[in-house]
Design a protein around this ligand. Structure first.
Ligand code: FAD
Length: 307
């Protein structure tokens, strides 16, 4: 009930201004976004990798409106990669990008996003790591998959994200699994209409399991992006049945969510990657985290009242 309302607010400029400007927001945001600058996030990366975890880094931002912002997004990732290089982490620190931040929704956006993301993928490859393309709302996905296909011609390790709530995803999963791609499967975090997406939890979870089976039985590298204890167990069982070794798939969770579970899976020998977002334009990312668990909203409101 609250989730869809929060997701609608995540697209409102007025709410963005209100929430972003409130000084009391910062400590709550910090639970999910451990810094605004590359200087702040590098020690976080070191702390996570020292504890046996892997990371995927997201410079927050999306839905930009000018070409200059798209160029700035590209440059922010290039600066990040420059700083990661000397740490020598290789694939233990990869990048996640949203193509909307690289200009996808502007005029000529598909080509623009591809042109902006390519140097990031090249720079990542030069330090021995890769990039995963996040999945945004369903209207952007044909373009995202086309960019992914283009990038894989030169950088086959480029990954992409698919969303279990969308009806189209079972077919996307079959194609990507057959093509041997790295694929992160998530439930899906956007407000989507009933014409394209399951609306009920049970339907989404069943779809997740069917798609995960396809990925596990395929030729690619499945990345299980979920905090759901049941799906984590199902993922382990499907990997076992498909005869996959522990380094032939991985788990991924978001920074600040079920952190003890990150360590538990890593201690069992699993590859566990923490999606770590940082930057100043955190509004959209933050609101999706509130929508996933409305209890977060109560925590947020309480912290505003008690300040
Ligand atoms: P849920 O059933 O939502 O959660 C299971 C349990 O996890 C909850 O009971 C709760 O204990 C905990 N939990 C989950 N979310 C929260 C939260 N926000 N705050 C506190 N506790 C929480 N979505 C996209 O649409 N595109 C993407 O590219 C994308 N990338 C992602 C990358 C990663 C690594 C992960 C983990 C998620 C990503 N998502 C993405 C978000 C995803 O679609 C879901 O919205 C999100 O993961 C919540 O679903 P869940 O599978 O964790 O299950």
């Amino acid at each position: 009930m609250l989730g869809p309302l929060i997701l609608a607010a995540s697209r409102s400029d007025r709410m963005r201004r209100l929430v972003s400007a409130a000084p009391m927001t910062k400590p709550v945001v910090g639970r999910f976004i451990p810094g605004e600058t590359v200087d702040q996030v590098i020690p976080v990366v070191a702390g996570l990798t020292d504890r046996g975890l892997e990371v995927t880094l997201d410079v927050v931002g999306e839905d930009i409106t000018t070409r200059a912002q798209a160029t700035a997004a590209r440059d922010a990732y290039l600066r990040l990669i420059e700083r990661l290089g000397p740490l020598g982490l290789g694939t233990r620190a990869e990048m996640s990008v949203k193509l909307s931040m690289f200009g996808q929704s502007l005029e000529g956006g598909h080509e623009l996003a591809l042109a902006n993301v390519r140097p990031v993928v090249e720079a990542a490859a030069a330090i021995g790591t890769s990039v995963t393309l996040d999945a945004e709302d369903h209207t952007t996905l044909d373009s995202m998959f086309a960019v992914h296909g283009e990038l894989r011609k030169d950088f086959p390790g480029t990954g992409c994200v698919i969303q279990a709530y969308l009806f189209r995803t079972e077919e996307d999963a079959r194609r990507l699994a057959a093509g041997g791609s790295r694929v992160r499967l998530v439930k899906g975090a956007y407000k989507e209409p009933a014409s394209v997406a399951h609306q009920d939890r049970a339907g989404i979870d069943k779809s997740y399991v069917r798609i995960l089976r396809t990925l596990m039985e395929g030729a690619g590298y499945p990345m299980i992006g979920s905090h759901d204890p049941r799906l984590i167990s199902v993922g382990q069982e499907l990997a076992r049945r498909a005869g996959r070794k522990l380094d032939e798939y991985e788990f991924q969770m978001l920074y600040g969510i079920r952190s003890e579970e990150h360590l538990r899976l890593a201690a069992q020998g699993h590859r566990m990657r923490v999606y770590t977002a940082y930057g100043t334009d955190w509004y959209g990312y933050f609101m999706r985290r509130l929508a996933e668990k409305p209890a977060n909203l109560l925590f947020f409101v309480r912290s505003m009242i008690t300040k």
